[in-house]
Every structure is written in structure tokens, then in C-alpha cells.
Design a protein around this ligand. Sequence first.
Ligand code: HEM
Ligand SMILES: *[C@@H]1O[C@H](CO)[C@@H](O)[C@H](O)[C@H]1NC(C)=O
Ligand SMILES: *[C@@H]1O[C@H](CO)[C@@H](O)[C@H](O)[C@H]1NC(C)=O
Ligand SMILES: *[C@@H]1O[C@H](CO)[C@@H](O)[C@H](O)[C@H]1NC(C)=O
Ligand SMILES: *[C@@H]1O[C@H](CO)[C@@H](O)[C@H](O)[C@H]1NC(C)=O
Ligand SMILES: *[C@@H]1O[C@H](CO)[C@@H](O)[C@H](O)[C@H]1NC(C)=O
Length: 324
Amino acid sequence: MSCLAALLAALCLGAAVVARGQLTDDFYDYSCPHAEDIVKARVTSAMKAEARMGASLLRLHFHDCFVNGCDGSLLLDGSNSEKLAGPNLNSARGFEVVDAIKADLETACPGVVSCADVLALAAKYGVLLSGGPDLDVLLGRRDGLVANQSGANSNLPSPFDSISTIIKKFKDVGLNETTDVVALSGGHTIGRSRCALFSRRLSNFSPTSSVDPTLNASLATSLQALCQGGDGNQTAALDAGSADAFDNHYFQNLLTNRGLLSSDQGLLSSADAGANATRPLVQLYSANSERFLCDFRRSMLRMGNIRPLTGSAGQIRKNCRAVN
Ligand code: HEM
Ligand SMILES: *[C@@H]1O[C@H](CO)[C@@H](O)[C@H](O)[C@H]1NC(C)=O
Ligand SMILES: *[C@@H]1O[C@H](CO)[C@@H](O)[C@H](O)[C@H]1NC(C)=O
Ligand SMILES: *[C@@H]1O[C@H](CO)[C@@H](O)[C@H](O)[C@H]1NC(C)=O
Ligand SMILES: *[C@@H]1O[C@H](CO)[C@@H](O)[C@H](O)[C@H]1NC(C)=O
Ligand SMILES: *[C@@H]1O[C@H](CO)[C@@H](O)[C@H](O)[C@H]1NC(C)=O
């Protein structure tokens, strides 16, 4: 199937499954015609100040969609905030950029554009302005009324999870166990990770090996230097060599054991049964950039379609941090 045909198939499938109130690509054409330009302008200036912000915004959309669907629940503050869950605490970033986008949108078209859609559009421009594909984004999500901290703790994949567990977490939100897991992991072609999330690969790894045997020795040496002293907040590029460029080097790195997280390298190298399904796709995407970019586009559409609130469900928040 060509990429275009595949995209159309993905859209038509979505239309068949979501009977009513489904998302559309022209949702704000009349109610807020400049919505996309407003998001783009803010993401552009944020990435001029710090290129990494594109990655941070992409991750926010992912962390929103995996918890109660793509409903902006990640953005709510308060004691049950998802921001305080393990996978997000001292980790998820870009909330100030989202606030600035939302403030501009409220000035231009008050009460119209949802926070959940802001995350989808910010992810689109984060990818595009990193040199990635121009993602199709469907719009019309409404904002949830509750945050779900325990859901964030249980649903979001951890870098310490086995590949089988990661596959299960994707299936639990309705995503495909092979293409979606591997193509979306390719989001790690941009961005950074803190030492706390990979340093266990660098020393006292197992009774027989100090360093993770599936970690490239020269990369291990430089990461040991970075993380020594135990500052878990030091960061390394998820895609060594092209940290801020959206490309398929992430997959090429896996072929030379240069995946940063255990969950990255595991897609190719893990002995876990789940890796039997992911390994061939790593090999395909490392050799075929077009296929990666096409599958990433399709998978992002599917991720953005996870259980959206539509019609009169939820609300359009005025401030993404609190319900109205
Ligand atoms: C497959 C399971 C996944 C696991 C285990 C995982 C885990 C992680 C971890 C541990 C970090 C570093 C966090 C930190 O240093 O505090 C990270 C960063 C990141 N993740 Fe994932 N992730 C996964 C899937 C995804 C998906 C599906 C996307 C998006 C499509 C994504 C996009 C990102 C991005 C862009 C960053 C860098 C963020 C930044 O630099 O601020 N990840 N991920
Ligand atoms: C929180 O997320 C969990 C896991 O997805 C789900 O079972 C639970 O119903 C959610 N709770 C609320 C209040 O939405
Ligand atoms: C996942 O996607 C692949 C390729 O697009 C397809 O062959 C496979 O049947 C899908 N699996 C499921 C469970 O939908
Ligand atoms: C990382 O920084 C956060 C916030 O500044 C701090 O609370 C935490 O203790 C630091 N973590 C490590 C492992 O140094
Ligand atoms: C480790 O990475 C270097 C490039 O940084 C590469 O030349 C070497 O072949 C890699 N080693 C293995 C075992 O893949
Ligand atoms: C995974 O592949 C290995 C070797 O190719 C094979 O021995 C093993 O049985 C496979 N596991 C599953 C669950 O298919």
C-alpha cells in the first residue's frame, strides 16, 4: 500500500469505528481560522530558544493520550495531577509553552479551542519544525474534567518495562502491537533522557556483566562520564548523533547498540518474546526512512484518536491547568 492509500485507509477505518462526533481536519476553520498559525508561531519561538522543546511537546501529546484518552487531562494541576505521576514528575516539560499558546488562542477565539487539541497541534509543529513529516491532525477533541494520576502511573510505558509489557500497554489503549509500538518509539529520534532512566545499564548491571551487554561500549564510556557523581538529572540525547533532527537515525543506532534506554535497544536486542514482533520493523525502518516516516504519520493519527471526548462531553477549558 502506498503511504497515501494507507493514510486514507487509516482515516476511513477511523470514520467507521467512531460512529458520531468524530474528529475532523477542518474543525476550527470557521470558529478559529488562525488556530494552527497561532500554535505554530508559539512553537517556532519556543524552539528558537531551545530546539529540544519540539520533543518535549511531542511527548506531552503522547502522555495525554495514554491516560483517559486525548482529553488534556495531563495539563490539570492539583493533588491528583498527572504531572505528579512517576513518568511525568521532573520529566514532562513544556507546560509553559502550552499555557502561552492557550492564552493566545483565548485572545483570538475565546472558549473555542480545547487544550487536548492544543497538545495535538503543538506535537505536530514540534515534529515539523524538527525536520519531521507534516502530520495530519484531526481536531475537535474536548477537555476532560478529571486528572488520573494512578492511570498515568499504570498506563504509561516505563523504560524498565519488558517489550512484552510495553506492547501490552499499547494494546490496552487500542494501538497496534507492532507498527504502532515501533513507529511511535521512533519519536525518540528527538529529545533527551535523564541519567536516572538509563544509568542502571552503566554499572553493576548483572552478576556477569558490569555494563549492559546490549549497550555499545564507546557510548557506555561517554554515558558513564556524563552520569558519574550520581546526578540523575543530567541528560543525554535519545538519538546520539542527531539529537534534534527528526530522522531514522534512532533506528540505525539500534543496529550498533546505541539505543539509550533499555526499552529502545530492547526493540531490537531483547530476548523477551515481544521483541520477535518489533525486531523486523526496527530493521525495516533503519534501512527505509520513507517507511518510517509514513508509518509514523499513520501511527500518530491513531494515537491522536484514542478515546477523544466529542459532542457535548467534557468542556473547552479556558485555562488548561484547571476546569472551568
Ligand atoms: C515505547 C515506550 C516508551 C517509553 C518506555 C518511553 C520512555 C521515555 C523516557 C524514559 C524518556 C526520558 C524522560 C526523562 O528523561 O525524564 C522519554 C522521552 C521522550 N519520549 Fe518516550 N517513551 C516511550 C514512547 C514514546 C512515544 C510513543 C513518544 C511519542 C510519539 C515518545 C516521545 C518522547 C520524546 C519526544 C522524548 C524526549 C522529551 C524531551 O526531550 O523533553 N516516547 N521517553
Ligand atoms: C484512571 O485510569 C485507569 C487506567 O486506565 C482507569 O481504569 C480508571 O477508570 C481511570 N479513572 C478515572 C477516574 O478516570
Ligand atoms: C498491526 O499493523 C500491521 C501493519 O500495519 C498489520 O499487519 C497487523 O495486522 C496489525 N495488527 C493488529 C492487531 O491490528
Ligand atoms: C532532579 O531535580 C529535581 C527537581 O529539581 C529534584 O527534586 C531531584 O531530586 C533531582 N533528582 C536527582 C536524581 O538528582
Ligand atoms: C559502537 O558504536 C560505534 C560508533 O559510535 C561503531 O563504530 C561500533 O561499531 C559500535 N559497536 C558495536 C558493537 O556495534
Ligand atoms: C522468538 O524468536 C526466537 C529465535 O528467533 C525463538 O526461539 C522463539 O521461540 C521466539 N519466541 C516466540 C514467542 O515466538
